[in-house]
Write a protein that binds this ligand. Structure first.
Ligand SMILES: Cc1ncc(COP(=O)(O)O)c(C=O)c1O
Length: 375
């Protein structure tokens, strides 16, 4: 893949981007028109660092916090960067999961943070290790977790594990940063409470940072993400935001607010569920039918990704290089770790290709794995 979009003839399980068929184009067009025509006097101007006020109010209500604690940002990655910049430059310890979202690893490395990891495996998070790290020295300034539809594995923590996380955060006054970029995209099963919500309900309001985005659930081109932060972080993060980009773009925020206030989100999420489910199921079916023994993979209840562990003899980065010629691509697992794990793993995103492409792409991939084992 050379740019943001997959090359022709190459079926890409690589990018965690939505298919353009997932965008609610007509509704967003109406919302854009109303944002400009009815609210342009505000939305076309510079705005406050916390974002478009009606959207902050809408989100504050949704999360049960004062609107002043919601920072609406040009994408949620900016929120990760602002929090890391504020808490961890210069240095300081951060705990992340292994594996974890690769861009967060880059961000932490860029500020010189001391990054330590807790394993996120089939049984969830290693809470004993987390407890040791949380009580150890130096004291960690941040724990970064993706409890729901984790990037890259697609897995979710159970309710017990969520409470376990809250216990550790409360015991050790550990600031917990929950990245929930995919949480709205549940394909099956019952929704679980966010960890930040549980933490707040159990008296840890001051320890909970929640991040989410409308990139995966509405459209990434809007660049609307947000943070819900403890009161004490509002001012420093707003100051940092102002220094970084003067003003958030209010127009897409006003457009999105119009879409949300008109009640379009829930019906749209239903559409996305029916869109993503056959894609996930097709991928799972082909893997079950054609992957050779020695491979294992996750079965996500939502989100964009599943995580494939190839037979140990296979190097996923090598395989991915050969896969391009065979017309399929994925993300090798090693980039999601701090250490040398993940070499035989791959992240497969099922959000972009069509069902037919997934069928063909997964057949190409499984054939390659078989060939590789035969070599
Ligand atoms: C886990 C996670 N967090 C944050 C982001 C950033 O998304 P955005 O900046 O578009 O909100 C992504 C995007 O891929 C992601 O996968």
């Amino acid at each position: 893949m050379t740019g943001l979009l997959p090359e022709a003839n190459v079926i890409s399980f690589a990018r965690g981007i939505p298919s353009p068929d997932m965008f609610p184009v007509a509704l967003l067009a109406e919302s854009a028109r109303r944002a400009v025509c009815d609210h342009g006097r505000v939305a076309l101007n510079y705005g406050p660092p916390g974002g478009y006020e009606p959207l902050r109010e809408w989100l504050g209500k949704r999360h049960g916090v004062a609107p002043g604690r919601v920072l609406v940002l040009p994408g949620s990655l900016i929120g990760l960067n602002l929090v890391v910049e504020h808490l961890l430059r210069p240095g300081g310890r951060a705990i992340v999961e292994a594996p974890t979202y690769d861009r967060m690893l880059h961000t932490l490395t860029a500020v010189g943070a001391d990054v330590v990891t807790v394993d996120r495996g089939g049984d969830g998070l290693d809470l004993d290790r987390l407890r040791d790290l949380a009580s150890g020295s130096p004291r960690p300034k941040l724990l970064y977790v993706l409890p729901t539809f984790h990037n890259p594995t697609g897995t979710s923590l159970t309710l017990d594990q969520r409470h376990g996380l809250v216990d550790v955060a409360l015991e050790h006054e550990l600031l917990l940063f929950e990245d929930d970029a995919y949480g709205l995209l549940r394909i099956e099963g019952d929704a679980l409470p966010n960890v930040a919500e549980l933490l707040r309900a159990r008296g840890g309001d001051d320890l909970a940072v929640f991040s989410s985005s409308f990139s995966k659930s509405v459209a990434p081109g809007l660049r609307v993400g947000y943070l819900v932060v403890p009161e004490r972080l509002v001012e420093p993060l707003e100051a940092l935001a102002t220094r970084t980009y003067v003003s958030p773009p209010l127009l897409p925020q006003a457009q999105l607010y119009d879409f949300l206030a008109a009640g379009h989100l829930e019906p749209h999420l239903d559409v996305l569920r029916t869109f993503l489910r056959p894609r996930r199921d097709t991928l799972l079916d082909v893997l079950a039918q054609r992957m050779p023994p020695g491979a294992a993979w996750t079965r996500p209840d939502g989100g964009y990704f599943l995580w494939l562990e190839l037979p140990t003899a296979i190097d996923a980065a090598d395989l991915n290089r050969r896969a391009r010629d065979a017309g399929v691509q994925f993300v090798p697992g090693e980039g999601f770790f701090r250490d040398d794990r993940g070499r035989n793993a791959a992240r497969l995103a099922f959000s972009y290709p069509s069902v037919d492409e997934i069928l063909t792409g997964a057949e190409r991939l499984t054939a390659l794995v078989r060939e590789e084992l035969d070599r």
